[in-house]
Design a protein around this ligand. Structure first.
Ligand SMILES: [Zn+2]
Length: 591
């Protein structure tokens, strides 16, 4: 049995010193080890139902009766809504009969929306099995997400059965299905108000975005910007700092991607115009903290509202994969989330209004695009670390709900693979992945840097040292010497040895898991359209997306994407039937 991977990997652990700093509030350690197993609310209730524990049931009924007189329950909030956004009927029509706690759920003050980009159900099993194997845990050991599983999210977009991240995130942020590539715009390409924008402008809440991708990438962008094409990241960055009809909607942005905030004349900048958006953020849009490329300065930031609004970006492009990450220069997803939660908590603790925070494990998806199994598993395990952190936050602040789901699955991973004509054995090999030290995209870069590529470099450095492969065939080595398609080829060499199958280098159309923890989470039980996740947030925070949508479409001609029509103002889901079963979407590609 190999060494516990999370414990031995310096990049996935904070130093003892760091842990001390964090000890005041929420600790960053992996306390989801079995000894500290704590039954989640979901598990507790299931147990109650199954065992029929009389005393507990009676006390819960008592609490339920008491709460029914106190008002302010989630159910009340949900049933009271009268605006357009409240007419999404599934939320309040759903009877959470499986849960005895429905009346005891308080209206949450804070919502933490967590998105595991590209994490499908097979990948959840994959990471759990890997963790059990490497940490020598029993077969029934559960990961942080396993304990709070409530249902599924159905992911198709308005344009195809397989969504992309832009349409996937816009379903959560605007409560509407839209076409692949759409960032915060509906199927007719008009801007749609998002839950983040409404939380900020209608409710006066604080808002934050944390991501390991470029912060201008599809998922964070879909909560904070409106463009017809996700690739227009220069426009997304401009809108994110506040150059849009609503003004600044985001109070905190931690992640990668300063590229689109800086002109090409600056190192790491890639704007085609000469705007320096990080300077403008301070001079024109009143951001207090604007920093990039400085983990040290980030750590030194006080964890209170004095830093808000705050931008801290750690890389020109996406942040490093967890497996490759240098902890001296870039924080982990958990570290960024910890800082965001500390700051947002301090800034709202004595206020009536709370915060909306979106946290994305962005690169789970990207590793799966490469079919890079080891990198994929490390991204998932780090996301699980962040989930544990946020669950602790919810435990300590019961006025908070955390929702976690994926926009879609990536890679079509299967935990099986037939590698020969003979009927396959029923297994896959986690140990193959424990030997992998680097992402295959990083190794591709390493190989391409060699002015003279030698066979020894491929065999001894790339394959043996970085991937733990000592049985490469002549054919494989010859292929690598050609320097073509290296990332995917190296990933395939690992996957075939681990007997893991992949269906695609793209996304797939399967339902993804839905998780929730905290006040009101029982309303998310079952199978939902992805748009219903946004509807739930809208309802529970008493948001009004129609109002924001109207404001976005009103006064600013430069921002208008299409001419505004009365019908176009409200591109909500009742119009969706037009987008179903469009024959042109069903045409088959030529093989
Ligand atoms: Zn993707």
């Amino acid at each position: 049995m190999s060494e516990p991977l999370l414990n031995s990997n310096p990049t996935s652990r904070s130093s003892a010193e760091d842990e001390q700093d964090y000890s005041e509030d929420i600790s960053l350690d992996n306390s989801w080890v079995p000894n500290e197993k704590r039954p989640s609310c979901m598990r507790r209730y299931r147990k109650w139902i199954i065992t029929g524990c009389t005393a507990t049931v009676l006390s819960v009924i008592g609490i339920a009766i008491a709460m029914s007189f106190s008002g302010n329950s989630v159910k009340d909030v949900i049933e009271e809504g009268t605006n357009k956004d409240s007419s999404q009927s599934w939320v309040y029509n759903q009877q959470p009969t499986r849960f005895l706690s429905k009346s005891s759920s308080q209206k949450p003050k804070n919502v933490i929306m967590m998105i595991s980009d590209g994490l499908g159900p097979a990948s959840v099993s994959f990471a759990r099995t890997y963790y059990q194997y490497t940490q020598n845990q029993p077969y029934d050991y559960e990961m942080p997400l396993d304990k709070i599983h409530v249902g599924q999210s159905r992911t198709r977009s308005s344009s195809t059965l397989v969504t992309d991240s832009a349409a996937g995130a816009t379903a959560f942020s605007c409560n509407m299905k839209t076409y692949n590539g759409a960032v915060g715009v509906g199927p007719k390409k008009n801007p749609c108000g998002t839950v983040l924008e409404s939380a900020k402008h209608a409710q006066g809440m604080l808002t934050g975005l944390v991501a390991t991708s470029r912060i201008t990438h599809a998922t964070p962008a879909s909560f904070s910007a409106h463009v017809q094409d996700r690739d227009n990241e220069n426009a997304i960055a401009r809108q994110q700092i506040g150059d849009n009809p609503l003004g600044r909607s985001v109070d905190l942005m931690f992640g990668g991607g300063y590229c689109h905030f800086l002109p090409k004349s600056e190192k790491g900048g890639c704007r085609s115009d000469s705007r320096h958006l990080l300077d403008e953020a301070t001079s024109k849009y009143n951001w207090t903290t604007v920093m990039y490329n400085s983990k040290e300065a980030f750590e030194a930031l006080p964890s209170d509202e004095s830093i808000l609004p705050a931008i801290s970006l750690f890389s020109s492009d996406h942040m490093e994969y967890e497996i490759d990450r240098n902890p001296q220069t870039q924080p982990s997803l958990t570290e960024m989330s910890k800082k965001a939660l500390d700051v947002l908590y301090k800034a709202t603790e004595n206020k009536e209004k709370g915060f909306f925070l979106m946290i994305e494990g962005s690169r789970i998806d990207m590793a799966a695009h490469s079919n890079d199994a080891a990198t994929h598993v490390h991204e998932i395990l780090e996301y699980q670390n962040t989930i544990e952190l946020v669950k602790k936050y919810v435990d300590e602040h019961p006025d908070t709900i955390m929702i976690s789901t994926s926009d879609h699955e990536t890679g079509g991973l299967s935990l099986a693979r037939q590698v020969a004509k003979a009927y396959p054995e029923y297994l896959w090999y986690p140990d193959v992945l424990t030997k992998v030290k680097s992402s295959t995209i990083k190794l591709e870069g390493l190989i391409n840097q060699q002015s003279t590529l030698t066979r020894d470099f491929i065999v001894d450095i790339v394959l043996k040292d970085h991937l733990g492969i000592t049985d490469a065939t002549e054919k494989e080595i010859r292929q690598l010497m050609k320097k073509s398609n290296l990332d995917k080829y190296l990933a395939e060499m690992v996957s075939i040895r681990a007997q893991l199958g992949w269906a695609t280098h793209g996304h797939s159309g399967v339902d993804v898991n839905l998780y929730a923890y905290g006040s009101g989470s029982e309303y998310l039980i079952g199978s939902h359209e992805n748009t219903q996740v946004g509807e739930f947030i809208t309802k529970i925070l008493d948001l009004n997306l129609t109002e924001v949508t109207t404001r976005l479409n009103l006064d600013n001609p430069s921002f208008h994407i299409n001419n505004l029509t009365e019908k176009g103002k409200l591109e909500y889901n009742e119009e969706l039937q037009h987008y179903h079963h469009v024959p042109s979407n069903l045409k088959h590609q030529e093989l």
